[in-house]
Design a protein around this ligand. Structure first.
Ligand SMILES: NC(=O)c1ccc[n+]([C@@H]2O[C@H](COP(=O)([O-])OP(=O)(O)OC[C@H]3O[C@@H](n4cnc5c(N)ncnc54)[C@H](O)[C@@H]3O)[C@@H](O)[C@H]2O)c1
Ligand SMILES: [Zn+2]
Length: 355
């Protein structure tokens, strides 16, 4: 049986279903019951057998179209968006039709934004295929493309009609991609989910072996935490900021490395260690707590050696981060119980954490 988690408030509420082996036919049919045509948007890196399975389920029941985009971040662009809009109009999509985002965060963000803008908004559902998209990007309704001035600068808050997760898809992910998603899972442990912390502490080997029972629990708990936060704060005016734990430094590290080599999750893992170190220097946590955070990231295979990053080299990227408002840098710091946003910290501690 699928696990179901509800996300969002009243009118825009949607269900996230988690399946272990394959997406249940009845669930996908139910999700699309009011839709006539379906455009699947997917990318060139997703194993074809998954798409074929999905088509096999849907083809007898819906008028089905598929649009593949090249894999990679560069597909989150105006040109891909335009291509999708053109296809929707060629296939005469109207408001009774639906987009199905079938891929990782790139596909989800692009397809969701295309859905939010076509005819002022048509339905879309998310079928995320990477760990990062299953525990993070498919939930919360943020959609976007990139422009030259920066990542995700053009987008909309637009909730999907439902999210269907199949854990089995994760078996074909590269280790790097899997680990990137695991960093976001670990993040939830430090922004309020004690169960995740326990599982990481006790079951690291099973996590590395992609044990489906453990993964299912981790994904469910991650989504529960994200759902709780985004339901409280749909448009990111308050508590949602804590989802960015580790991200100010993570983004700076990604930018300095020109978004190459280091995965997003690995960069966030370094960022969590840096934010943890500042929390220690601010007297919010003790050394044991920081050491456990580092040990837990190590256990699942993430690198935690931040000695290679120096304040002077990261400074300009940290200051560029969009979480600087009115000239003050906001950070997400942690104490023993929670994560919180603050601009009241000693800047010497920030420098010392990166010395
Ligand atoms: N909307 C949000 O709230 C939110 C949150 C976090 C990240 N994001 C966005 O998500 C994007 C990153 O997403 P991502 O990490 O999923 O990367 P991605 O979508 O680029 O996918 C990574 C790679 O994995 C391949 N792939 C996907 N599923 C696979 C599978 N099951 N087996 C084998 N290969 C597979 C893809 O083809 C791609 O090459 C970024 O653009 C980021 O900005 C959005
Ligand atoms: Zn992230």
């Amino acid at each position: 049986m699928a696990k179901v988690i509800k996300v969002g408030k009243k009118d825009s509420q949607y269900d996230v279903h988690i399946f272990n082996k394959s997406i249940n036919k009845a669930s996908i049919i139910k999700a699309l019951k009011n839709n006539n045509k379906v455009l699947i948007i997917t990318d060139s890196g997703i194993p074809k057998r998954y798409l074929n399975e999905l088509k096999f389920i849907l083809r007898p029941l819906k008028k089905l179209y598929v649009q593949e985009i090249p894999q990679g971040e560069s597909s989150k662009s105006y040109s891909s968006l335009m291509l999708i809009h053109e296809k929707l109009s060629t296939y005469k999509f109207d408001r009774s039709d639906c987009i199905l985002a079938f891929g990782g965060g790139v596909v989800g963000d692009l397809a969701g934004f295309a859905a939010s803008t076509y005819l002022r908004g048509i339905d879309y559902i998310q079928v995320p295929t990477t760990l990062l998209s299953q525990v993070d990007s498919s939930v919360g309704g943020k959609t976007a493309i990139n422009i030259d001035a920066g990542k995700n600068l053009v987008g909309a808050f637009y909730n999907p009609k439902c999210v269907l997760i199949n854990i089995d898809y994760l078996n074909s992910l590269s280790d790097k991609q899997f680990l990137s998603g695991m960093a976001e899972v670990a993040k939830y442990a430090y922004i309020g989910n004690k169960k995740i912390k326990k599982i990481i502490e006790n079951e690291a080997i099973k996590i590395k072996n992609k044990n489906s029972h453990i993964l299912s629990m981790l994904i469910e708990e991650s989504i529960k935490t994200k759902a709780r936060i985004v339901t409280k704060d749909e448009k990111e005016s308050g508590i949602r900021a804590i989802l960015n734990f580790g991200h100010t430094f993570g983004h700076a590290i990604e930018a300095k490395n020109k978004f190459n080599l280091i995965s997003h999750g690995q960069a966030v893992a370094y960022g969590m260690v840096i934010a943890g170190k500042i929390s220690l220097l601010e007297g919010l946590i003790n050394e044991k707590y920081l050491n456990t955070l580092i040990a837990n990231l190590d256990k699942i295979g993430l690198d935690t050696d931040i000695s290679k990053f120096k304040y002077q080299e990261l400074k300009k990227y940290i200051e560029n981060d969009k979480k600087v408002s009115e000239g003050k840098l906001n950070l997400i710091l942690i104490d023993n119980r929670k994560a919180f946003k603050t601009n009241k910290f000693n800047s010497k501690n920030l420098q010392a954490a990166l010395s």
